[in-house]
Design a protein around this ligand. Structure first.
Ligand code: ACM
Length: 534
């Protein structure tokens, strides 16, 4: 009898322990602010759960959860009352995006005060579910979570290579899984204009097509692949993507590059340049000298383009580029020089500042805010502009000290076009070296920035420039798993970030990525720290 008692106790203890083989220890990324695995008990969720909502603003989260479960073959239903396994509860006192997640004898309870809070509660919950299983054995736990930063960004360059709507949606889905909330869609480039603008049809008829693409790094002598390349999004497609992102708590920040990186627009409308000839959509990577000419015709064009852009993208910020605009053409142009004289400007850098300030005035008059790369500091920052600091952090620091909002996106750490391991073993990339561990260690508020200015750092963002990413697989390979490291850098409290624990969570996370058919890079540990720049 005594023996049976002990055997039974042991069996119960074993099956209830979070360490037991069928009970899932939480491996959530990004690491929540607070998480307590409460006891050695567990709740069993079967493959046909019922959901009860006690909160009107949980609709977005419930719709997402319903679709997610249906996709994995879990029949689920919303019940108005009675027993349910999953509960959504309106919870006062939580900030925007914050949530609580409790698992106990009552089941799963998600609390929040906003649609995005409920949505993030669901994202944490679905990360607990084992891949390919009909039953989830979940440990009792209690999570109280909120993001550290409000701008948790990921960018995609669709100018150098174009990626169709279905892929962009998948990119957005993955962002949502890791609680990123800002998708920076880089829509115009020297090598391709990718957004339909009704008033200027040639932008896509001409500007979205290039006659060929440079072969690997054959700059000198130049060698092209001889294959025409093109693509663009219709406005209907853009609306579809914007709505898709909104249903995942993601705001899209569109980027319309000016005054540089505008060769495709000049090819479509040569009168917008300072020259007298024609232009051709770019076929090689790098910086082109031909840029928008600062004449009235150009401002009218840009205001008309931005008007259509603002109709499509409801978010607060419009990104106007501002980077890498060589001044040679303006130096030599009598039109540009006349503007410098007329406006009493010192030089071409002040002319760029004048250009950006005019655009800012227009955006502000339409209730929007301007954000640009850190070159917009040169010649004087527009009064209310936000700065995206890419040439290191200096621009971000300068802007924050001047009480402008900033997003940190330094190419030293957060450029996901950089190599993530020894280039000898990796597919061709642009250069640089930003391995997973370095991304993980990234701290968005620089130590040189005084505490009083930290409030101006909205967050951080990683950029995915696609010169050397021709395929969807290659984009995913470069972005994942580095996005997971980024997500902890922008969401989790600094005190909760721990490289060893993060690595321990990756095996679980890789199953989630495999389930979603993501072509992520399989990391091996420990990583080499060899800094290689090609
Ligand atoms: C940039 O990488 N040119 C912003």
């Amino acid at each position: 009898m005594k023996n049976i008692f002990w055997s039974l106790t042991l069996v119960i203890f074993w099956s209830c322990s979070p360490d037991a083989p069928n009970v899932i220890a939480p491996h959530i990324v990004p690491e929540p602010q607070q998480m307590e695995v409460k006891s050695r008990q567990h709740f069993v969720l079967n493959g046909h759960p019922s959901i009860h909502s006690g909160a009107d603003n949980a609709k977005m989260a419930i719709t997402f959860l319903h679709d997610f479960m249906a996709d994995r073959g879990w029949e689920n239903q919303e019940v108005s009352k009675g027993a349910a396994e999953i509960h959504f509860v309106q919870t006062q006192g939580l900030t925007e995006e914050a949530y609580t997640l409790e698992i106990n004898a009552k089941g799963i309870t998600i609390g929040a005060s906003s649609p995005s809070g409920f949505f993030y509660g669901v994202q944490s919950f679905i990360q607990l579910l084992p891949v390919g299983k009909d039953v989830a054995v979940l440990p009792y736990l209690s999570i109280s979570d909120a993001p550290r930063f409000s701008w948790r960004g990921l960018h995609l360059d669709v100018g150098r290579h174009f990626f169709p709507v279905e892929f962009v949606k998948k990119y957005i889905d993955l962002m949502a899984l890791y609680k990123l909330n800002t998708f920076h869609w880089h829509l115009t480039e020297d090598q391709g204009w990718r957004i339909e603008i009704k008033q200027y049809p040639k932008l896509t008829e001409v500007g979205s097509q290039r006659k060929e693409t440079i072969l690997e790094k054959n700059f000198s002598p130049y060698k092209g692949d001889g294959k025409p390349y093109g693509g663009f999004y219709t406005q209907e497609e853009i609306k579809e993507v914007v709505a898709y992102a909104a249903a995942r708590s993601i705001t899209i920040v569109p980027e319309i590059e000016m005054p540089g990186h505008s060769l495709a627009a000049l090819a479509a409308y040569p009168d917008l340049g300072c020259g007298t000839g024609t232009y051709e959509v770019g076929t090689r990577w790098g910086v082109y000298e031909d840029i928008f000419c600062p004449k009235e015709e150009t401002f009218t064009f840009l205001e008309n383009v931005l008007t259509e852009v603002m109709e499509l993208f409801p978010g607060q910020y419009i990104h106007i580029g501002g980077d890498e605009a060589p001044k040679k053409v303006w130096k030599e142009s009598s039109i540009a020089q006349q503007v410098i004289q007329r406006e009493g400007l010192k030089d071409e850098f002040e002319l760029q500042s004048y250009f950006i300030k005019r655009i800012e005035k227009f955006l502000n008059a339409n209730g929007r805010k301007l954000i640009g790369w850190d070159e917009i500091l040169e010649g004087g920052l527009a009064p209310d502009a936000a700065v995206m600091s890419w040439r290191g952090e200096a621009g971000g620091i300068e802007a924050a000290e001047a009480k402008h909002f900033v997003v940190m996106s330094p190419n030293s750490d957060l450029y996901f076009d950089h190599y993530q391991a020894d280039p000898e073993q990796e597919p061709l990339a642009i250069g640089g070296f930003s391995p997973l561990e370095q991304v993980y260690a990234y701290e968005p508020t620089p130590s040189e920035l005084a505490q009083e200015y930290h409030q101006y750092v909205m967050g951080a963002q990683a950029n995915v420039w696609t010169e050397y990413m021709k395929t969807e697989d290659q984009v995913e390979y470069m972005a994942y798993p580095r996005v997971l490291a980024l997500s902890e850098a922008v969401w989790s409290p600094k005190s909760k970030r721990n490289w060893d624990s993060f690595q321990a969570k990756l095996a679980w996370q890789y199953q989630l990525l495999e389930e979603r058919k993501v072509n992520f890079r399989r990391t091996t540990f420990p990583q080499t720290k060899k800094a290689i720049v090609k």
